[in-house]
Design a protein around this ligand. Structure first.
Ligand SMILES: [Ca+2]
Ligand SMILES: [Ca+2]
Ligand SMILES: [Ca+2]
Ligand SMILES: [Ca+2]
Ligand SMILES: [Zn+2]
Length: 759
């Protein structure tokens, strides 16, 4: 769906949104901008739209029909709109697109709870193919890939009503953000804000640069979610549009989950280039669009409380309560999949740590497992006896929401979303066989809290579930009633909870380009017992397990950069720290491609008949994983052995040795490193030298121990001390290597002299 643009003040934003989506006309009256225009007694269309309709419609009846058609289309359209459209823009949009129903089905009659959070009947399945139908796959994890097609690739779908065009997102991002990857990282943060709450993982992959299409089937050659941009008739009021996951539900003919951003709004200080709140205007646009890509529908009223409202709003950031409920419904919470003891989320040792895992979700009456995804399992350990207080608190609040409906006559309903479920939990031993405590003292809408005093060291399992039998709807809708909740596991007294870290998504970057990271958009403090805020962002960017950026006494670095020189996959870890000095970490994987292999290390030399360890220095050596990837390419008699040990950045490899045969050719040998990442030859890296002949006493190296050697020995004997400056270099007459040329050496010399010929 499109999200519409607003570039006026916040106050006008709210007023305009209300005007467009129905509801409090009084706000409009205050603004004086849009005279209230009653529509079916419930909704209000903006004055400009009324003008446009009246200009287009020859009769009152046709104007009424047109209004109805517009409203009907607006609930399902993939195009998402600016909110300050002029009468001329409304007129143009009417002329060009008629707001015809690109998508249509108002709501699934088999799924009466669907409209509560406005979700499509199709979602992404676990492996990135979008064909997963309710209710069988409700609240289940989706593993999605993401890619950015090259500029020039044909982008857009004609069924959107907009012409297709050559993708220009790369140039637009580069222009606005100075650097392509910096711009992309803000887009990745949009996906990261869905990952923050929902059971979705994102991994960026290469794109095969085929034209945008409707495919809902996973393809290893490109991302499930592809992101590009073209001009949508200039600044037409349409900021972007995005396809739904799969056809058959509300998606109409726009499927496949891909995003089309209107490049005409880049470098516009009033919209995409507004830097306020970390480019929230741009981020909310793209985060909203991807919401459609996840199967989420526009919601009303437009009161700036939901990301999926049809018109852009910037008074709240990214994914809000109703959006989280939609996530919980379709994909589960961020621990999605923890529906059994075997897949429990393990919080580790809580003897001196506390957990505040917020915005988790349950989806219906668990009923001893009859609802397979209806319970959440966790584990923790205690390294020592501790008092452990476990609190489950239903969240969500009471609010009004509904899908923009075909009747536009009040499908919005007030929902008390904190009191849908009856939370209960049970603490058991590690394998669930021994109950330590079942806590269910309160009913709908109330927290459960209990302190387990002097809980001994050991391992524990915790199951949280919805005990409201009314939520077992049976038949077509089991497991569809979302109850958001916070889980707190508090150790001891005032041991505050660790903050939540979010480093974005698994990303892909070309080698030797600046790679951007953002830690301060989606990370968050979690403790509410005291005032906490994140005040430090630390990073392990090279993936060696050591935090090297933003660590005290250096300054915190919320948005670091790094340049990788070697292909490979790097675990990058963000560690956030709050003012209680509590930390949380998040690891993303950075896939680096396109590096150039070099092998530049200083040459080494070794004797015939020896094994010579060596170190390679260069770039793009991270994937040198076998000794067969390093070969001696000139001369004879030298092989490579050992197991290569690349360093984390692929600039050094140790662990290998040359095996130099006794008859190896003397002199320089070229050494070549070669694997699928590339190759490089280090000319004359190895010089093979002749081994010294083992013939003590042959001081002049003529293979005989004779009088000539004795003359040399005697001279050395007279000097005695190997450190004497007159002693020949290396003190060759010190035959027993004790630093002196004395009688004990003479004994050895005499024996050799008697033998005369070297062996
Ligand atoms: Ca859950
Ligand atoms: Ca309860
Ligand atoms: Ca490091
Ligand atoms: Ca000696
Ligand atoms: Zn939209």
């Amino acid at each position: 769906m499109q999200i519409r643009k607003n570039n006026r003040s916040n106050l006008v934003t709210v007023g305009t949104l209300v005007a467009l989506c129905g509801g409090a006309a009084s706000t409009l009256a205050q603004l004086g901008a849009f005279p209230a225009s009653d529509f079916e007694s419930k909704s209000v269309l903006p004055f400009q739209l009324e003008l446009a309709i009246n200009a287009k419609a020859p009769t009152t009846m046709s104007a009424t029909l047109m209004r109805a058609g517009i409203v009907r289309a607006m609930h399902g359209t993939q195009n998402c709109y600016a909110s300050n459209l002029t009468a001329e823009q409304w007129q143009n949009l009417l002329d060009q697109f008629q707001f015809l129903p690109i998508t249509q089905t108002p709501m699934d009659p088999d799924d009466p709870f669907g409209d509560r959070f406005n979700v499509d009947t199709f979602k992404w399945g676990p492996t990135g193919s979008a064909n997963s139908l309710y209710p069988a796959n409700a609240a289940s994890l989706a593993i999605l890939t993401v890619s950015f097609p090259n500029d020039g690739v044909t982008w857009g779908l004609a069924n959107s009503g907009f012409a297709t065009g050559a993708n220009a997102l790369g140039a637009s991002l580069t222009s606005q953000f100075t650097d392509l990857d910096r711009g992309r990282e803000y887009l990745r943060a949009c996906l990261g804000s869905w990952r923050k709450y929902g059971g979705i993982t994102y991994t960026e992959v290469a794109d095969n640069n085929t034209a945008m299409d409707n495919s809902s089937t996973h393809n290893n050659a490109r991302g499930d979610i592809r992101i590009g941009g073209i001009s949508l008739n200039g600044q037409s009021g349409v900021l972007a549009y995005n396809c739904f996951p799969a056809s058959g539900g509300l998606a109409g003919s726009l499927t496949g989950g891909d995003m089309v951003i209107n490049t005409a709004y880049f470098n516009d200080a009033g919209s995409f280039n507004s830097t306020t709140n970390n480019y929230r205007y741009f981020r909310n646009t793209c985060t909203h669009e991807h919401g459609h890509g996840l199967g989420f529908i526009h919601q009303v009223p437009c009161n700036s409380t939901k990301l999926m409202e049809p018109f852009i709003q910037t008074s709240t950031d990214a994914v809000r309560v109703d959006d989280r409920r939609a996530l919980g419904r379709s994909y589960g919470d961020r621990y999605s999949g923890n529906q059994s003891l075997g897949t429990a989320v393990n919080f580790g040792d809580l003897a001196a740590r506390s957990i505040a895992a917020r915005d988790l979700s349950l989806n219906g009456y668990w009923n001893n497992g009859s609802n397979a995804t209806g319970a959440d399992y966790f584990k923790f350990t205690l390294s020592g006896t501790q008092n452990i207080k476990i609190i489950t608190t239903p969240t969500g609040g009471t609010y009004t929401t509904g899908q923009q409906s075909n009747s536009c006559t009040g499908t919005t309903t007030g929902y008390a979303t904190s009191s849908l479920g009856d939370l209960a939990y049970e603490l058991t031993n590690d394998d669930g066989t021994v109950s330590i405590g079942l806590v269910n003292a309160t009913s709908l809408g109330a927290a459960e809290s209990f302190t387990f005093t002097n809980l001994p060291a050991g391992s524990y399992a915790l199951r949280v579930w919805d005990n409201n039998a009314a939520n077992l709807t049976g038949g077509s809708n089991p497991n569809t009633i979302v109850q958001l909740y916070d889980l707190e596991i508090q150790a001891g007294t005032n041991i505050y909870a660790d903050p939540y870290a979010n480093a974005g998504i698994n990303k892909r970057i070309a080698a030797n380009t600046t790679c951007y990271f953002i830690g301060d958009i989606n990370s968050q403090a979690t403790e509410t017992r005291t005032a906490v805020l994140l005040n430090r962002y630390e990073w392990d960017l090279d993936g060696d397990g050591v935090f090297e950026v933003g660590v005290a006494p250096a300054a915190s670095v919320p948005k670091p950069t790094f340049t990788y020189v070697s292909n490979g996959t790097y675990p990058v870890t963000l560690r956030v720290r709050d003012n209680q000095n509590k930390t949380g970490t998040d690891t993303i994987y950075v896939s680096v491609y396109g590096a150039t292999t070099t092998f530049t290390g200083n040459a080494v030399s070794g004797d015939q008949g020896t094994i010579l360890p060596f170190t390679m220095i260069g770039t793009n050596l991270k994937n040198v994983t076998s000794s067969s990837m390093v070969q001696v390419t000139t001369g004879t008699g030298v092989t490579v052995t050992g197991t290569p040990i690349p360093n984390s950045l692929g600039t050094q490899v140790t662990g290998l040795s040359f095996v130099i045969a006794a008859d190896a050719s003397l002199g320089g040998h070229n050494v070549r490193v070669s694997n699928s990442d590339g190759n490089s030859t280090n000319v004359n890296f190895l010089t093979v030298t002749q081994a010294p002949v083992a013939c003590p006493g042959d001081l002049n190296n003529d293979t005989f121990v004779d009088d000539a050697d004795f003359v040399l020995f005697a001279a050395a004997y007279d000097l005695l001390d190997c450190n004497d400056p007159s002693m020949p270099v290396g003190c060759p007459a010190d035959l027993n290597n004790d630093g002196l040329v004395d009688d004990s050496d003479f004994v050895i010399f005499a024996t050799a002299y008697d033998a005369f010929l070297c062996p």
